[in-house]
Design a protein around this ligand. Structure first.
Ligand code: C5P
Length: 232
């Protein structure tokens, strides 16, 4: 795995998702499903995506006591997903429990990655509300190191942080990076954005791309363009 485009399927219903996927014909992009779709449609949406032959990143960002996370991960793993995530803030013990829960009876498991600090959290809020005294960058690096120590496969981060994460955690520690836009297109609500080509240059392993593909006039062409720029 590695160097792939993950399409963020931020749709509110399965009808919208399937309508979107039907535009891809026989192509099977790697998809990301988040809380909105999973909580409204339930695990059946995951089974259907897997039946259709896609790889799937189930973005549910678990954060609870280790035992609960372990058991929840076992349930998600049995759905056949390819990538799942937790909050690194749940501690190394929680991340280790997550990894244990994910491992299937046949020894295989989905990739497990961690969120370090959400991009919606500013340094000021992190320091004042969460009482984390370090800088945002140092906190991201520290949480990435914890993630690596727990045996996970990588972190979600900005493409701009991909280099520093690799420097601290190794070249084979995955960076999964949202905030991708084509040159000259709208940033929407994203602040720090890069193009697929730039993300590749900065060392991202997977880019997560939503609206530039889902809201495009021709989603399949937008997906192909992304893939060519990033992985081509
Ligand atoms: O539409 P857009 O390309 O902005 O979608 C980016 C996707 O990546 C969304 O699903 C968003 O929730 C997710 N994401 C993000 N920033 C993070 C983590 C996840 O934009 N730090």
């Amino acid at each position: 795995m590695g160097k792939d485009v993950i399409v963020a399927c931020d749709f509110s219903s399965r009808e919208n998702l399937y309508g979107f996927l039907d535009k891809f014909g026989s192509k099977k992009p790697f998809l990301k499903v988040g809380m909105e779709l999973f909580y409204s449609e339930g695990p059946e949406i995951v089974r259907e995506i897997k039946r259709r032959g896609h790889k799937l990143f189930l973005d549910l960002k678990l954060h609870d006591i280790p035992n609960t996370v372990k058991k929840s991960m076992a349930a998600l793993s049995s759905l056949g997903v390819d990538m799942v995530n937790v909050h690194a803030a749940g501690t190394i013990a929680m991340m280790e429990a997550a990894l244990e829960g994910l491992t299937r009876p046949d020894g295989t498991r989905p990739l497990l990655i961690a969120v370090t600090q959400l991009t919606s959290t500013s340094e000021e809020r992190m320091q004042k509300e969460l009482l984390i005294g370090a800088s945002l960058t140092d906190t991201v690096i520290h949480y990435a190191r914890n993630t690596k120590a727990a045996g996970l496969d990588g972190v979600v981060c900005s493409p701009l942080e991909a280099g520093i994460v690799h420097e601290n955690c190794g070249a084979d520690f995955f960076t999964i990076t949202p905030g991708i836009r084509f040159a000259g297109s709208s940033a929407d609500d994203q602040v720090r954005i890069t193009t697929p080509a730039k993300a590749r240059e900065l060392g991202s392993d997977y880019i997560v791309v939503g609206r530039p593909i889902t809201a495009a006039d021709d989603p399949e062409a937008a997906y192909e363009k992304c893939l060519a720029e990033f992985a081509g």
